[in-house]
Design a protein around this ligand. Structure first.
Ligand code: FMN
Length: 252
């Protein structure tokens, strides 16, 4: 089986179709520890490229650097990751079921502490759930107000019959520690591992392992769901940091 990869090369994050099968994937150079993956090319800075779709070597060159492929996503200290979710924004959750990525919209989330510990309410009624449960990984991507129709659209169709990255023209970017992709168009992304699932209450407990923010974005207003189909957009920010100092972790 061959790989239909343009020998001119693709950026990491580019989706490819391998062989004649239904498999679609994108290059992920960050899964060194995954024995099921096989190196298929040589990255510009000697990173081994992995192609999950086949075990056939494919010629790939002219790759961009690994960091560049995360576009404007600058690393954010994990100790500050909770500040992305504490305001309770609409969140897009990406998963990867081993074959392809998917996205769902989530608003039932919570912060469990200052150290990148989160929870969300979801369950088997969503297609994403199986990937979440089996891979025990996801990315929490935070959209801004300009993505409102995308966020609602993603939350009103299913990955069971829809390729949401394609349908909503979103860019999957390679995460560092998980197979689920970051979303390039979002303000921020948090790579997470699933640490537990309390099935009785449909609560998924997450632990952040890496966080990123696109500080080059001019639109930074997040969305907040009221729950009746209407949304509130971020407004003025009021500073009470000094007053709250005794309750805040250092460095925040
Ligand atoms: C604004 C909004 C908020 C949502 N919040 C949640 C939520 O917190 N938990 C949940 O399980 N589903 C939530 N949903 C529904 C899922 O996003 C929806 O069922 C989606 O189609 C699941 O996609 P999937 O089947 O590809 O996983 C929300 C949908 C919208 C539009």
């Amino acid at each position: 089986m061959g790989c239909s990869i343009d020998p001119g090369g693709y950026d990491i994050g580019t989706r490819i179709r391998a062989g004649n099968g239904p498999w679609q994937t994108w290059f992920q150079p960050n899964k060194r520890d995954d024995k099921s993956l096989k190196a298929v090319g040589v990255f510009g800075i000697s990173e081994a490229l992995k192609c999950r779709a086949t075990r056939v070597e494919c010629g790939v060159r002219d790759m961009v650097s690994f960091n560049k492929t995360r576009a404007n996503m600058e690393p954010l200290a994990l100790s500050k990751a909770f500040t992305l979710l504490e305001p309770g924004p609409v969140v897009l959750v990406t998963t990867h079921d081993g074959r392809k990525p998917n996205i769902m919209t989530i608003t039932w989330t919570m912060v469990r502490g200052f150290s990148a510990e989160f929870a969300m309410t979801t369950g088997p009624w969503n297609h994403s759930y199986r990937a979440l449960r089996d891979s025990r990984e996801c990315v929490l991507a935070i959209p801004t107000v300009d993505l409102i129709d995308t966020a609602v659209g993603i939350g009103t169709c299913s990955g069971e019959d829809t390729d949401k990255f394609e349908k909503f023209r979103l860019t999957p970017l390679p995460a560092r520690y998980v197979q689920a992709p970051l979303i390039g168009e979002c303000l921020a992304n948090i790579e997470c591992r699933v640490v537990d699932i309390i099935e009785r209450y449909s609560i998924v407990l997450l632990e952040g392992v890496a966080a990123y923010v696109d500080s080059t974005r001019t639109e930074k207003r997040m969305l907040h769901a009221v729950g009746d189909g209407s949304f509130i957009v971020d407004g003025a920010r009021i500073d009470r940091r000094e007053m709250m100092r005794s309750k805040l972790p250092s460095g925040v």
